[in-house]
Design a protein around this ligand. Structure first.
Ligand SMILES: [Fe+2]
Length: 494
């Protein structure tokens, strides 16, 4: 929020949520007398961050069809009817197309776990109402409930799983572990993405990356998910760029375009230069969440070099050892445990199997320091996978901590195009478990997300849609797993 906007902000304090008084506009007019837009549309709904440790929430919305001044109001209240707003302000709109307005609203005195409602306002039209919850206070020992997902390809399926996620009760946080957009993919299905110079869905220029977020957020179920829960994300490869021989723009420039669009659209602020994305978030006494950046500092795959880079690695080892939270969730966009296609042949080295030395170092650190309650959560493989991360990634290594990789929201897995998917999937799962005995759970077909409940135990519920080809497919429980705090064992409950 710029200084001028801060001065224009007005806080309407209510006793239960005593907020610091803010000054009004210089001429004494309240914000709603400021020349905000007469009307606009909100094609991408609204998004709120998980408020940070200083109580600042970032709110994001795209306005189109703006009539009148390029300025919008926003208000926050403790009730969905906005009967007694606790904060009101107005801000200027960006001039460029497909660039959302975003602001950081300070709510330093609002109690942890308070649910708040927000909306953007023009004179005649309000945005959909969004909801977020203040993070649990540091001494709050109540269980924490969050959900994570990844890999929402636009073309291959509908985001039906987000309808299920939107309806999840009582979430402290919704988290994306990567591939929120696909800058390019061969996946095809019921929807078509025509972004890019050739109209084939290949985003290269900045405006094309911006158009990706505009397109993805037009999905009604994704919008409902964002309106329902505070949100954080890390990027995986598809928010950024890869080498393609037919690209018009260099990989470095495309990746930079991807990063810029990410920061414009996600309700997050970049950190300092040496740690732009990676960060840890504490939620009460039960949970600390570590979000990792695997795409900014990585040495070449299988070079023996670092995946995290020296500074991120030192930060992770230190903060993990120092954390007093009962559970330490490692949010890694790629799968951490080893996964073999044949003995000694990893399925994919574009994940921690390509950085085995750093994985060994991390697991040995956790073992040597006796750090309890570490659990890795990941995405990327479009397959639900539960197992143990060991010093070698495999059964012959010393055990470290469990991992649960969530399936995709909609992106295709290995078997999605096969004619008899179910039989093939079950055969593949049997073969994979035989080759990878550290796996305790696998489902190669299901699409969905994972709900984490972190209390005395940590319970992971995999939730899946019946079909991503049906936009209104209902969500069901696929499996429930439990992590035992002392041993780190991952047990299947149902
Ligand atoms: Fe993906």
């Amino acid at each position: 929020m710029r200084r001028r906007e801060a001065l224009a902000a007005i806080s309407l304090a209510v006793p239960a949520l005593a907020l610091p008084a803010c000054s009004g506009a210089a001429d004494g007019r309240p914000w709603w007398r400021q020349p905000i837009a007469e009307s606009a549309s909100f094609p991408c709904g609204v998004v709120a961050s998980l408020p940070d440790e200083r109580g600042g929430v970032i709110l994001v919305a795209l306005l189109e069809d703006v009539v009148g001044p390029r300025r919008v109001g926003v208000e926050i209240a403790a009730d969905p009817g906005f009967s007694s707003p606790i904060f009101r302000m107005s801000v200027d709109l960006p001039d460029e197309p497909n660039v959302p307005v975003r602001m950081r609203v300070p709510l330093p005195a609002v109690h942890g776990r308070t649910t708040l409602y927000y909306r953007f306002l023009t004179e005649r039209v309000a945005s959909p109402t969004g909801r977020f919850r203040m993070p649990a206070a540091s001494a709050d020992a109540q269980p924490i409930r969050l959900a994570y997902f990844s890999c929402q390809g636009w073309q291959p399926g509908y985001f039906a799983a987000h309808a299920g996620l939107a309806a999840e009760p009582d979430l402290d946080l919704a988290l994306c572990l990567g591939d929120y957009i696909y800058e390019r993919t061969d996946d095809t299905g019921p929807r078509t993405d025509t972004i890019g110079a050739k109209g084939d869905g290949f985003a290269e220029a900045l405006d094309e990356y911006r158009a990706k977020y505009r397109l993805y957020r037009s999905d009604e179920h994704l919008r409902a998910m964002h309106a329902a829960h505070p949100f954080l994300a890390v990027w995986d490869n598809h928010e950024l760029a890869a080498a393609y021989s037919d690209a018009r723009i260099s990989v470095a420039e495309r990746a930079e375009n991807g990063r810029r669009a990410f920061w414009e659209w996600m309700p997050m602020e970049p950190g300092p230069a040496d740690r732009v994305l990676y960060r840890s978030i504490r939620l009460g006494t039960q949970l600390e969440l570590f979000l990792l950046d695997l795409h900014s500092y990585a040495a070449p795959i299988s070079s023996g070099g670092s995946y995290l880079g020296q500074e991120q690695r030192a930060w992770l080892l230190d903060t993990l050892a120092a954390s007093t939270a009962r559970w330490k969730l490692l949010g890694t966009s790629t799968v951490m445990m080893g996964l073999d296609l044949a003995p000694g042949r990893p399925v994919n080295t574009n994940q921690w199997d390509g950085y085995a030395e750093e994985r060994r170092l991390l697991v040995e650190h956790v073992r040597a320091r006796g750090i309890r309650g570490v659990v890795a959560i990941s995405g990327d493989l479009h397959t639900f996978l539960g197992g143990q991360v060991t010093t070698t990634g495999r059964n012959d290594g010393d055990p470290g901590f469990p991992e649960l990789s969530g399936g995709a929201i909609s992106s295709l897995g290995l078997l999605d195009l096969a004619p008899d998917q179910t039989t093939l999937a079950r055969n593949l799962e049997d073969a994979a478990r035989e080759l990878n005995p550290h796996l305790t759970f696998m489902d190669a077909l299901a699409k969905g997300y994972v709900v984490v409940e972190a209390g005395d135990d940590l319970v992971l519920t995999c939730r899946a849609v019946e079909s991503p080809l049906d936009p209104d497919s209902p969500t069901r429980d696929l499996a429930r797993l439990r992590v035992v705090h002392e041993s780190g064992a991952l047990q299947r409950l149902s």
